[in-house]
Design a protein around this ligand. Structure first.
Ligand code: AMP
Length: 132
């Protein structure tokens, strides 16, 4: 069965997309730890990130780097924190999270709630800054 992220890739379910090319997609996490919390995925469905073959693996991180720059331009923060968890969705994804301190990337914290309009506006602002 296709992962929920493959369904996003295939347009079967919506997402707040911020960047896309033929191999990768970035979109906002629906349960964010911070405004601008973005997930970056390979379109090819691979569960475990370290099973992604070379050279796709390196290309994937290069794509994530470009997205991280755009997130940082839009969301004031000290850094973009990077996390790979993968316990919930079996489709590789890199979390890009604007952080100012260690607690901002604590996944045990309650997630933030945003209205659809805010997700839409944040995604549009980040998308406008992405340079692939
Ligand atoms: P994990 O697999 O533990 O890294 O967690 C999966 C992440 O994907 C969580 O942060 C979820 O909020 C996020 N997530 C799950 N479904 C969606 C979706 N349809 N759109 C955006 N983010 C999602």
């Amino acid at each position: 069965m296709a992962s929920i992220f493959s369904k996003i890739v295939n347009g079967e379910i919506p997402a707040w997309k911020v960047a896309e090319d033929d191999k990768f997609l970035a979109f906002l996490d629906i349960n964010p730890l911070a405004e601008g919390h973005t997930l970056v995925i390979p379109k090819k469905e691979v569960d475990y990130i370290f099973d992604i073959e070379d050279p796709l693996y390196a290309e994937y991180f290069t794509f994530a780097k470009k997205v991280s720059k755009a997130v940082r331009e839009v969301i004031p923060c000290k850094r973009i924190g990077v996390a790979v968890i993968g316990l919930e969705v079996p489709h590789a994804h890199i979390h890009l999270i604007p952080i100012n301190n260690i607690y901002d990337i604590d996944f045990s914290r309650p997630k933030l709630k945003f209205e659809p309009e805010q997700f839409k506006a944040t995604a549009a602002k980040i998308a406008a800054k992405v340079q692939l």
